[in-house]
Design a binder for this molecule. Structure first.
Ligand code: GDP
Ligand code: IMO
Ligand code: MG
Length: 431
């Protein structure tokens, strides 16, 4: 496998769980560095090779390629307890984590952030977002309002005072606004330092590290979590996550300038899934949905909850390509559709009697959108052992070609199973 360019961003182009972890791990075989640039352990990326299945949430998906430096960038939010636990699990699987680096500028997710996340969800009642309760929203809110604590703060002489004030501030919110459980400073400090001491040697000025790798002409992968439709600005607000999880944030979240980004690959599932609440025009709740869910193992990797299922939404995809600056797509989970007699692609929405081809801004309007479908015949055969586009049944080729035509983007490759080997490149750049 050779590659003709030196920086590549991998992002989700739908509502998350598109197989970013699998594809990042695949590209990482040829990379020198993988940088996670946004989100926290709300992500759940499954990676399979050699008969084993691994899950990472905050550790970059390049970790199983031992030559790769894996960087948790400044744009992420990090729960140190969960990071240490994840590193331990990776070590127990026989994989070394000495090539894992954590940005000194990343914000820390504390237990109060998780509690506030859960309390806010409860208070939203019927407008519940369905967050992962990993404290993502409250941590990014603190970052924006300058109440956040970063990893680089821990070694400062006045840190204990800052943390004490921070505990008091959050205790007030928790007890006075929500009637929740307050925290004891000494316990918070002891727990933080226990975790900090484990990762202390992995902390770096990550922007500098990434810049150096770029300067040395190394191949750097920028790994996104979530997906464009969950982006705080471009996503289906308010049913989104709290970071800019599209490629627009790859440079800022990795600590380098945007001019260093060469290509953006949007990972696209061959159908649609969604974990949380919010509009999803192509959602189906029938036998087909059930079959797809079981075949695609569409259950939340963190929550175990069944994912919502729908047909491929080309309107949403076109939107994601436009606002997310996606150059090429990588189609995943195509094999999941092996059993379908016919497959639908949503080419437009009908809203209040009008045919529209863009996503409306407001979620109430999105919920009222009725999908306009084009129906294609399925291929009804096993494609999991296919190794080239030409080997695909003609109806599977047609399905990919039709998506390509409608959304106006090329495929860089496609995937026909969860294993690293079940990955097929279409373009010479990575052969
Ligand atoms: P991510 O969050 O984008 O990394 O995606 P997840 O790991 O949460 O969800 C994708 C799921 O699909 C995981 O269980 C993967 O192992 C699996 N997967 C990835 N690509 C394929 C594929 O081409 N075919 C099948 N059957 N499963 C796949
Ligand atoms: P990966 O990286 C799918 C969704 C949650 C919820 C919304 C806000 O595995 O694709 P948050 O906890 O971030 O405040 O939740 O975003 N969500 C995801 N859905 N995959 C993910 O990550 C997600 N991360 C967050 O379900 O709707
Ligand atoms: Mg996932």
């Amino acid at each position: 496998m050779k590659n003709n360019f030196k920086s590549l961003v991998v992002v989700g182009s739908q509502w998350g769980d598109e197989g970013k972890g699998k594809i990042t791990d695949y590209f990482a075989q040829k990379a020198e560095m993988v940088v996670r640039f946004a989100g926290g352990d709300n992500a759940g990326h499954m990676i399979e090779f050699g008969g084993a299945r691994h899950k990472v949430t905050i550790v970059p998906s390049g970790i199983f390629n031992r030559h790769v430096k894996n960087v948790i960038g400044n744009g992420t939010v990090v729960n140190l307890t969960n990071l240490v636990a994840e590193m331990k699990k990776i070590n127990e699987a026989g994989v070394d984590t000495s090539n894992l680096f954590v940005s000194d500028r990343a914000h820390i997710i504390f237990d109060w952030h998780c509690q506030i996340d859960a309390l806010q969800e409860e208070s939203r009642k019927e407008r519940i977002i369905g967050t992962t309760k990993r404290g993502i929203g409250p941590t990014y809110a603190d970052k924006a309002s300058r109440y956040g604590i970063r990893i680089c703060d821990i070694e400062q002489p006045e840190f204990k005072d800052i943390l004490k004030e921070n505990v008091d501030y959050h205790n007030q919110i928790i007890t006075q606004l929500y009637n929740g459980t307050p925290y004891v400073f000494e316990e918070v400090y002891a727990k933080l330092m226990d975790n900090y001491n484990v990762i202390k040697n992995n902390i770096v000025d990550s922007g500098e590290m990434v810049a150096e790798a770029i300067e040395e002409n190394q191949f750097v992968l920028f790994e996104g979590a979530q997906g464009v439709l969950l982006d705080i600005d471009h996503g289906t607000y308010p049913y989104v996550t709290s970071s800019t999880c599209s490629a627009n944030n790859a440079s800022t979240g990795a600590g380098i300038h945007a001019k260093h980004i060469q290509k953006v690959v949007g990972i696209a599932k061959a159908y649609q899934t969604r974990v949380g609440f919010g509009g999803m025009p192509t959602e189906i709740i029938d036998e087909t949905a059930h079959r797809i869910r079981e075949r695609g193992r569409e259950y939340g990797s963190n929550s175990g909850k069944p994912r919502r299922i729908g047909y491929f939404d080309a309107v949403a995809m076109k939107y994601a390509i436009r606002v997310g600056g996606i150059d090429e797509l990588f189609l995943t989970l195509l094999d999941v559709l092996d059993t379908e007699k016919e497959i639908k692609i949503c080419t437009a929405y009908e809203l209040d009697g009008k045919c529209i081809k863009t996503m409306p801004a407001n979620d109430n309007d999105l919920k009222r959108c009725k999908p306009v479908y084009e129906t294609l015949p399925g291929w009804e055969q096993d494609i999991t052992k296919v190794t080239s586009f030409a080997e695909l049944p003609i109806n599977a080729q047609n399905y990919m070609n039709r998506i390509k035509e409608i959304v106006g983007a090329e495929f860089l490759g496609f995937s026909v199973g969860p294993d690293r080997k079940q990955t097929i490149m279409l373009k010479g750049e990575f052969e």
